[in-house]
Design a protein around this ligand. Structure first.
Ligand code: SAM
Length: 439
């Protein structure tokens, strides 16, 4: 049997794309290899959102060259966003690569492999008007209590910093019934948590249905105990979606809402299409409507033209919103985006100093918010042993906080009521407050 390895960088969409690719490969008779050194096929599923992520792909390709030299029959492929952006250039920079495939082309993986074997090389890059195939029921998902379900591909926003519309193309929405059927099958097969995925997930619509209608449909499915969706754009967070978050028992009390900046001037230059006040008003509404509502966000620091005052507005937004978690990045210039032409870039030292200040503030806020949870009891969905300590299992609350608990081999998975005994900036320690129940 032939063996594969897929190495994945980047967002949840890439993680799930890799699961879909693994499903296709298993359908072609492959099984997973423990490491690239033992594989007949190595696929890098790449991210180009920041320059560093894209550069890592070429350094990994450099390392894989040795393997390819030792075993020329091994097929080496570059997939995902770097593949789409760099295209043929990959063959020029790394001639030992056999296959290049954009993120919209993954349903063609089987054909591309055959062509690479037959002709020595194959490439498929998507055009915006190519039809999208949403593979259904074939993804080889990671083991665990949660499953990703794709609802759309692409992004129609034109954020000045972002390369995603170039790599993933225009928005294409998956059919309501196909999404519901996939969620139904997953829940019936014992997966209690579903996370709907799209680059701009709250813009999803199909016929008369919007995301709120989809949440209502999936909430009613037997066995769906937790429902999440990501990534939301603040501008598309409608009252109907917020009401669904308030009203539907399965929809979790956590939302990842990338604000990007707290300065209206910067938001305008980023072409985000909302103001800081509008973003905060939605956060406030949800906080009042949904018990223990938690938010996480993405922030970009040092976008061209960002002044110290703009940055202080971002710190202020972080305080006002009380994010449980932030993913903050120094702005990275991406060729082909609108902001790439800016001539008022922020020096790297200033970017990194601002990033440090932002992380320090966030640690304080998160540590305080987590300390408030000590002594309370939460439902935790366990997802197995901790990677660092065999005597500990970990899971998540509905509000998406990570909880570590003493291991109990009889109950490493499933739901558990846990009393929080200690708080840390990025996680909680708990102890069982009641016996585990089956997932
Ligand atoms: N579609 C989502 C959105 O628009 O909010 C997520 C897009 S991206 C895959 C994930 C995060 O990477 C973004 O929210 C943004 O904070 C960050 N990002 C995107 N482009 C960037 C850039 N050029 N430099 C630094 N960070 C960037």
């Amino acid at each position: 049997m032939k063996r594969y390895v897929i190495e994945t960088w980047g967002c949840q969409m890439n993680v799930h794309d890799s699961e879909k690719m693994a499903g296709i490969l298993r359908g072609c008779g492959y099984e997973e290899a423990p490491s690239a050194g033992e594989a007949d096929l190595v696929l890098l599923n790449t991210c180009s959102v920041r320059e560093k992520a894209a550069a890592k792909v070429f350094s990994r390709l450099g390392a894989l060259r040795r393997l390819k030299r030792a075993r020329p029959s091994m097929i080496l492929g570059v997939c995902g966003c770097v593949a789409q952006v760099e295209g043929e250039t990959i063959f020029r920079r790394a001639p030992w690569v056999d296959l290049v495939m954009g993120p919209r082309n993954l349903a063609q993986l089987g054909d591309l492999l055959e062509r690479a074997r037959r002709d020595g090389r194959s490439i498929s890059l998507a055009r915006d008007d190519d039809p999208i195939v949403f593979p259904s029921g074939t993804a080889a998902r990671a083991q665990g209590p949660k499953a990703y379900v794709t609802v759309m591909e692409g992004c129609n926003k034109s954020c000045a910093f972002c390369i995603v519309p170039q790599t993933r193309g225009r928005e294409v929405y998956r059919d309501t019934e196909a999404i519901v059927a996939e969620a139904r099958d997953l829940a019936a097969g014992g997966t209690p948590e579903i996370e709907l995925l799209g680059q701009n997930v709250n813009a999803w619509h199909h016929g008369p249905d919007d995301l709120a209608a989809l949440l209502h449909r999936i909430d009613r499915l037997p066995g769906v105990r937790r429902l999440r969706f990501t990534t939301s754009h603040p501008g598309h967070l409608t009252p109907r979606i917020m009401e669904a978050m308030r009203d539907l028992p399965s929809v979790c009390n956590h939302l990842h809402l990338p604000a990007q900046s707290g300065s209206d001037r910067v938001l305008k230059r980023m072409r985000r299409g909302y103001t800081r006040a509008k973003c905060l008003a939605k956060i406030d509404w949800l906080r009042r409507a949904v018990p223990d509502m938690a938010f996480s966000t993405d922030l970009i620091v040092g976008f061209p033209g960002e002044t110290e005052e703009d940055f202080l507005d971002t710190l202020d937004l972080v305080r006002a919103a009380g994010f449980a978690q932030i993913y903050a990045f120094a702005y990275s210039r991406r060729p082909g985006t609108e902001a790439a032409a800016a001539t008022d870039g922020v020096p790297a030292e200033v970017q990194s100093e601002r990033l440090q200040r932002l992380f320090r503030l966030q640690e304080e806020i998160a540590a305080r918010a987590n300390a408030d949870l000590v002594g309370r009891t939460f439902e935790v969905l366990l997802d197995g042993p901790s990677r660092l300590d065999d005597d500990v299992v970990k899971g998540r609350t509905r509000c998406n906080r990570i909880v570590h608990l003493p291991a109990n081999p009889a109950a490493a998975r499933g739901f558990l009521q846990a009393r929080i005994v200690r708080a840390h900036p990025h996680s909680l320690t708990g102890e069982p407050a009641a016996p585990a129940s089956a997932a």
